[in-house]
Design a protein around this ligand. Structure first.
Ligand SMILES: C[S@@+](CC[C@H](N)C(=O)[O-])C[C@H]1O[C@@H](n2cnc3c(N)ncnc32)[C@H](O)[C@@H]1O
Length: 263
């Protein structure tokens, strides 16, 4: 009962965090989301077919859905935040993509039949899902046999203390953040869901601190705390974050994995 309540609260927090106009605009225009390297890598590793039926889970402003739409039959872009779906639909219309449909859906309980999709994409969202293993089971369920999963998310070093520090850092910026996993753990979770990993790639991306904080409306007090946490970063994370202070701001890196798997 308690766990169910926490899950419902987490979803309300996601909708609050992602439903504001500043945040929606931020994710629609952010360089990392609209033009990030992981989009190019997904496009390079996956060869979509014109007949494919595609599901993009937690689409945000729809960048991943829009990437594949011109090369497939149909894309269903789903998210739990209605305002994000409206932005994804608006951008699809602006791009002339008539084969993108949006649908409100929780990643933990997808409203689709078994064996429906040729390709399922989920980019930079897995860290929001408290029931992460259940989400992967849902991915496997709705994919056709032989179907492809195109997945990306931030990752952390396989060190419990470092992972806890990094996840606390992310949660201070965005209370709907759940957990970023190390790559070996993601592989194990995918295997447990019946998804066979075919390709793994990793990339590092740079953020300017205040733009990153603006996207989630972080208060001045929490910005101070985040900057302090970055100054005291544990050695196990220093290489990964590589923080540098310049012109009254701070720049840091995050590490993202691109994983292609097959059902
Ligand atoms: C960082 S944005 C996604 C970025 C997007 N996939 C892209 O490629 O640009 C994270 C999204 O996850 C959505 N989300 C969080 N929890 C969810 C859930 N349980 N089910 C569906 N969507 C969820 C949020 O509403 C938000 O739009």
């Amino acid at each position: 009962m308690m766990q169910r309540r926490q899950r419902v609260d987490n979803k309300k927090t996601v909708q609050q965090q992602f439903g504001g106009q500043q945040t929606i605009h931020g994710y629609a225009t952010s360089t990392v989301h609209a033009h990030g390297q992981s989009l190019q890598r997904l496009a390079c590793f996956i060869q979509p077919q014109p007949t494919w039926y595609v599901l993009d889970v937690a689409t945000g402003a729809g960048h991943t859905a829009h990437l594949f739409a011109p090369r497939v039959s149909q894309v269903i872009a789903t998210d739990i935040t209605p305002g994000m779906l409206a932005k994804a639909a608006e951008l699809a219309a602006r791009l002339g993509l008539t084969n993108v449909q949006t649908r409100l859906a929780d990643a933990e309980s997808l409203p689709f039949d078994d064996n429906t999709f040729d390709l399922l994409t989920c980019r930079l969202a897995f860290h929001h899902f408290p029931q992460s293993q259940q989400v992967l089971a849902e991915f496997a369920r709705v994919l056709k046999s032989g179907g492809t999963l195109g997945f990306t998310d931030n990752i952390v070093v396989p060190d419990k203390k470092a992972a806890a520090y990094y996840n606390a850092y992310e949660r201070l910026r965005d209370p709907s953040h759940h957990w970023v996993y190390p790559l070996p753990r993601l592989r194990k979770m995918m295997a447990a869901a019946g998804l066979t990993v075919i390709t793994i790639d990793q990339l590092s991306k740079e953020f300017e601190f205040h733009k990153w904080a603006d996207r989630q409306n972080v208060s001045p007090a929490n910005r101070e705390k985040l900057l302090l946490l970055m100054r005291n970063i544990p050695a196990a994370l220093k290489l990964l974050f590589a923080p540098r202070w310049e012109d009254d701001t701070m720049y840091f890196n995050l590490w993202e994995a691109v994983i292609i798997a097959q059902k």
